[in-house]
Design a protein around this ligand. Sequence first.
Ligand SMILES: [Zn+2]
Length: 109
Amino acid sequence: MPDDIRETLLARQREIDARSAELTAPPDSTGGISFGKRVGDGTSLAVERLTQVAEHEQLLAQSEQITRALAKLDDGSYGVCDACGTAIPEGRLEIHPWAILCVPCATDT
Ligand SMILES: [Zn+2]
């Protein structure tokens, strides 16, 4: 059972790494982005870029949680809230196997 969780976490982390590499890849240089010609295009590109940055930040945050959850598996504290020490409900762990905080603590921050 713990090995399954580890596998799930590692698989999710690989997904995050792959997606994160896509997001941080240098912009496609074919054609190039010319600023100043069509303001509308530049603006939507900027918005898209911001969305990507936000997604990337979320991925990084989740990746950190996964790293922490894996460490918790190793030290035997997996399933216990990092902040208050309460057991994290199984239902929550099924949906978010990388959860390292109980619901009240997670919504607090
Ligand atoms: Zn807690």
